[in-house]
Design a protein around this ligand. Structure first.
Ligand code: HEM
Length: 240
């Protein structure tokens, strides 16, 4: 080797090293999962306005207009899409790694006795949510951002009538069925995911863990139930 061409020893950056380790990947899944848990709660509260107020969608449309035009929310929205993609990719990598690292099943191991249905099927339940999300974004988000959505004017302010779009979609029983089945998948995914986030973050304490488990159970049932009720009630309303 000549003196003019010295060998440079490249040390991988500690940040990259950490987040490509198993514990780093678990932390990434937990942190992105926590963000998505918060997003879901906010999204549900916003959407519930469609069935709580009998105002022809005014409150919901104004809320959607605010969410679509506030600069801070726009930055959070980009982060939201980034976290969704990161959550999916890192979860898949972790699952593949876990399965290849433990290829043999012990004769005496009884997974059903030692773990819940949700924890054993996180990747499949997550896949249901992912397929739902793609259909959902094509149906609503893409139409709102790139399609032609009907306009409505309230107090001199013109905006997209997203409520009319949602009403139109939920007149279709097939779409309503897809939403309800997907929300069952989401519920099971959250049942394990919620408490798993806190376990990974090291929040494991005799005092707080029972509370986190109860909160996780309530959240995992009520949030998907709220999302499922919206298409069901709107479909019933469309029949009358
Ligand atoms: C009844 C159930 C739901 C309704 C009526 C609904 C409605 C909508 C609408 C109208 C939009 C477009 C908003 C806009 O572009 O201004 C939207 C965006 C979105 N929805 Fe939903 N949604 C429902 C459930 C869900 C669920 C269960 C998830 C996740 C599992 C979800 C994830 C998203 C995401 C990620 C966006 C894009 C948000 C952004 O622009 O940052 N939605 N939804």
């Amino acid at each position: 080797m000549s003196a003019s061409n010295p060998t440079i020893s490249k040390k991988p950056n500690w940040f990259i090293q950490f987040f490509t380790s198993t514990i780093g990947r678990k932390l990434l899944v937990a942190l992105t999962g926590l963000f998505l848990i918060l997003f879901l709660a906010v999204h549900l509260i916003g959407n519930l306005q469609m069935i709580l107020f009998d105002d022809g969608g005014k409150a919901f449309n104004e809320y959607a207009y605010f969410m679509g035009h506030n600069e801070l929310i726009q930055i959070i929205s980009v982060g939201n899409f980034f976290f969704i993609i990161l959550h999916i990719i890192v979860s898949v990598v972790l699952t593949i790694y876990n399965r290849t690292a433990r290829p043999t099943k012990y004769a005496y191991s009884k997974p059903s006795a030692n773990s819940s249905f949700s924890s054993r099927n996180m990747i499949w339940l997550g896949s249901i949510v992912m397929i739902f999300l793609v259909l959902h974004l094509v149906n609503f988000w893409a139409k709102s951002k790139f399609g032609t959505v009907e306009q409505v004017t309230y107090d001199g302010k013109t905006m997209h009538n997203l409520y009319a779009l949602v009403v139109f979609e939920f007149e279709n029983p097939v779409i309503v069925g897809i939403y309800v089945v997907s929300m069952i998948g989401l519920s099971y995914h959250l049942l394990h995911g919620f408490q798993s986030v806190f376990q990974t973050l090291g929040i494991n304490h005799v005092k707080y863990t029972p509370f986190i488990k109860t909160l996780g159970l309530i959240y995992s049932i009520l949030v998907p139930l709220g999302f499922a009720l919206i298409p069901i009630l709107m479909y019933i309303k469309s029949l009358s």
